[in-house]
Design a protein around this ligand. Structure first.
Ligand code: 5GP
Ligand code: MG
Length: 487
């Protein structure tokens, strides 16, 4: 997961009538900044913006949250008629500044190109190895650099031509936003695993991972970038350059469950309403005799609302989340880390005391938060705790851009539901069925990637692929170089 945005202010629009006047009359970087803010939930490790006034690219990228990365002088220096931004959640390649995006590459004839990527290119190792035999050098462990350099190395006299050549060689998930001094591109992989939308505000066009980023800057939704579409955005407007669509689509169902903001729409459906329906279906499938329904905030709030409505059990908030905690780069001590649930949530004794509690969460991944949450509820007087999960057991690793853990770390790949229940110490545990989850999204199983629940991957995957694999490959490469030198 990651968030990407792009802004193109049409040169034809007169300055004085700039559609972005309310935000800032000339500043594409500032619009990118505010829309990245709206995508902060998609990645908290680093953020960056590239901007252009039609000649060169200027880039600012640092570790940290969007609000920590950019200060006023950065936005003034970036300025620009067009810009793009990225907020990173590390999937391939670890959390380091060299892996921060946008990444800038250069072609001798065509000049610079900045790229921001949401997803995971699963054949990056092979593509990289091939490019290395052609003499291409790599500086980072990120799959985004592989995508960028594959584009530069592809044949073609224009960026359009290079994109059309390079992208079909890549497998996996890639929603890309690309900026050159001449054009902005919005691109989705052939299955459309990660979302990407186009918006408009007056004569300005925007792209963003989610519609919530359009709302934040007052742009209106135009359409989804289609699976497999290469869309060029410049003063001529929107130009589809190529259609690489696969014979099926595969939007990640976990976007509906957890990843996307509840305030976004996915494929025309409100994420909030989908999550409420998941809760309603869960109440039908896994009822409980209880006095109160509470969510694990924030992600499970709509699902708990739906569960309460369908079951007739009152909805209350029983846990308050500290909204400022986020992901911090200051590592807590080992003792504090073991109490991360205590750092994150405070319980409301008045709500819980003497009550039989249904606690709704969106998913169980490693199974490490469930136990401490059940304990916290009991400590605050809950007499029974019925855990309800708004998705099926996660049994399979994600290769398409969610850092969910290796298969052996997924609790449901090792234990049956009764084992998980006893591990977290709940009185009962109930998961939403696969069919119920899919029904709630309004889509069908063949429109969605459900691999983390079903093991049905969109394309064959190498099961040993891990986040650090490109780094290992790089280390092995340098070892080989050293040993051949010493020989
Ligand atoms: P677990 O303790 O089972 O590993 O995590 C479950 C909790 O993590 C749930 O409350 C869910 O909302 C949240 N969660 C699910 N997927 C992700 C993810 O990809 N990243 C993060 N940071 N949290 C997640
Ligand atoms: Mg959660």
């Amino acid at each position: 997961m990651c968030g990407v945005v792009g802004v193109w202010n049409n040169a034809g629009g007169e300055r004085g009538q700039s559609p972005l006047r309310e935000v800032d009359p000339t500043d594409a970087a500032r619009v990118s900044f505010f829309s990245l803010y709206a995508l902060q939930h998609r990645g908290q490790e680093s953020a960056g913006i590239a901007a252009t006034d039609g000649r060169d690219l200027r880039v600012v990228r640092r570790m940290g949250l969007v609000g920590q990365v950019f200060a006023e002088p950065d936005l003034l220096a970036l300025g620009g008629r067009a810009a793009m931004g990225h907020t990173r959640y590390s999937t391939t390649g670890s959390s380091r500044i060299e892996n921060a995006q946008p990444m800038v590459v250069r072609d001798e004839a065509l000049g610079e190109l900045a790229i921001g990527h949401n997803g995971n290119c699963i054949n990056a190792r092979d593509v990289r190895a091939q490019l290395e035999t052609e003499g291409v050098e790599f500086q980072t462990s990120s799959d985004t650099e592989v995508i960028a350099k594959a584009i530069v190395a592809a044949p073609g006299a224009t960026w359009d031509a290079k994109l059309v050549h390079a992208l079909p060689t890549l497998s996996g998930a890639w929603s890309l936003v690309i900026l050159t001094p001449r054009a902005l591109y919005a691109i989705r992989d052939p299955f459309g695993v990660r979302p990407l939308v186009v918006g408009r505000k007056g004569a300005s066009l925007m792209v963003a991972s989610e519609t919530s980023a359009l709302d934040t800057v007052g742009a209106e939704f135009v359409r989804d970038v289609l699976p497999g579409e290469i869309l060029r955005i410049d003063d001529a407007g929107l130009t589809p350059v190529a259609d690489m669509a696969a014979d099926r689509t595969g939007l990640c169902v976990f976007e509906h469950v957890y990843l996307a903001s509840a305030s976004s729409e996915l494929g025309g459906h409100s994420v909030y309403a989908t999550r409420e329906r998941m809760g309603e279906i869960l109440a039908e499938e896994r009822p409980a005799d209880a006095d109160v329904v509470i969510p694990v905030p924030d992600s499970a709030i709509p699902a708990a609302v739906g569960y309460a409505r369908k079951s007739g059990i009152p909805f209350r908030e029983g846990l308050i989340k500290n909204r400022y905690i986020g992901r911090t780069f200051i590592q807590p001590s080992q003792e504090l880390r073991q109490h991360s649930v205590a750092l994150k949530y405070n319980a409301l004794r008045d709500v819980l005391n003497g009550k039989r509690v249904v606690v709704v969460d969106d998913s169980i991944v490693r199974g490490s938060t469930g136990g401490p949450i059940v304990q916290l509820l009991r400590k605050n007087g809950a007499t029974e705790v019925h855990m309800r999960i708004c998705s099926p057991p996660i049994r399979h690793q994600c290769f398409f851009g969610v850092d969910m853990a290796r298969r052996d770390e997924l609790i449901a790949s090792k234990m049956e539901i009764e084992g998980i229940r006893s591990h977290i110490g709940a009185d009962t545990l109930g998961y939403l069925s696969l069919d119920g989850m899919i029904r709630a999204t309004g889509a069908t199983r063949k429109d969605l990637c459900t691999a983390c629940f079903t093991g049905d991957y969109l394309v064959p995957v190498q099961l040993e692929l891990t986040k650090e694999s490109l780094e290992r490959q790089r280390a092995e490469g340098s070892l080989q170089r050293q040993s051949s030198r010493s020989r």
